[in-house]
Design a protein around this ligand. Sequence first.
Ligand code: AMP
Length: 281
Amino acid sequence: MELINTIYEMKQWSKERQNNSIAFVPTMGFLHIGHVTLLEHAKKIADKSVLSIYVNPSQFRPGEDLDKYPRDMEGDLKKAKNAGTDCVFIPDSNEIYPENYQTWIEVMELQKGLCGDSRPGHFKGVATIVCKLFNIVRPDFAIFGEKDFQQLAIIRQMVADLNMDIKIIGHPTIREENGLAFSSRNAYLTEKQRFDIAPNIYKTLLQALNIIKNGEKQAVNVENFIIKGLSVFKEFKIDYIFIGNKFTLKKTDIIDNNTIIAIAVWLGNTRLIDNAQLCSE
Ligand code: AMP
C-alpha cells in the first residue's frame, strides 16, 4: 500500500495507472467498518483502490467539531491495508487551500434543506473538496455511503452538471447489530448514549417504514409518529425530520416509492444523521 502526501505524486500515481480502472473512497479518517466496507467494494469493482484521508476544514462551520474531530492515522492505515487498499492519499491543507484560494463549487438546489439548513456552507465545502480530489485522483469510480444521503445526491448532481467521467456508487449504510449506523462521530457518545439510546433512531425509522407499508401515506402522520417515538428518550433533540423525494430532495405530502425519510438528531453535543428508504435502488 502506497502512502502519498502531495498532489503532484498523487496525480503521477494515477497517470502511471492510466490503463487500470481506479475506484476512490474519500473519507475524513477515523475509519470504521462502514468505511472499510466501501474500501472492500472499491477493491472488487476496479483494478486499483484509492482512499483519501482528509478532514476538510471548509465543510466545518466555526464552532463545529473540526478541532476535536477524531483522528487515528495509525489505525486507519492498518485497516486500509487489511482491506487491500492500493494507495492512501493524505493531503496537506496548505496545498489543498493555499493562500489566495478562491474557487468554490455549489450545487444550488440540492444543498438547500436537510443538513444544508442546519449547517450552512457545509455542502459548498463538501462539493469543493470532492471536486478537487476527483481532479487529483482521476478515478473511474467513486464510492459514497448512503448514510450521508444528501451528500451523495449532491455529488451525483455535481458529476452530471460538470460532465465528469466518474461513476458514482452509493453504498448502503453499514450498521451495528443494534441498528446504529457506524459513524466516526459515534466516538463522541458515552456508552449509555451509544448502546441504549442512539440505536432508537434507526429503530424508530424502521417502525415508521412499517406503518407506511401498512397503508399510512400522509407524510405529516409519519413525521408525528417519529416525533412521538423519539420523545420517549428525553436525551434526543430533533434537528430535522425530512420526508420527501430521494432524487429532488423536495418534501412530499403523500408518500410514494421514491420517498426517503432522513433525520438528524442531537444526542448531547453529538449530531447524528440517518435515513431509511421505502425502496432501495
Ligand atoms: P466520512 O469519513 O464520515 O466523511 O465518510 C466517508 C465516506 O464513508 C462517506 O461516503 C460516508 O457516507 C461513508 N460512510 C460513513 N459511515 C458509513 C456507514 N455507516 N456505512 C456506509 N458508508 C458510510
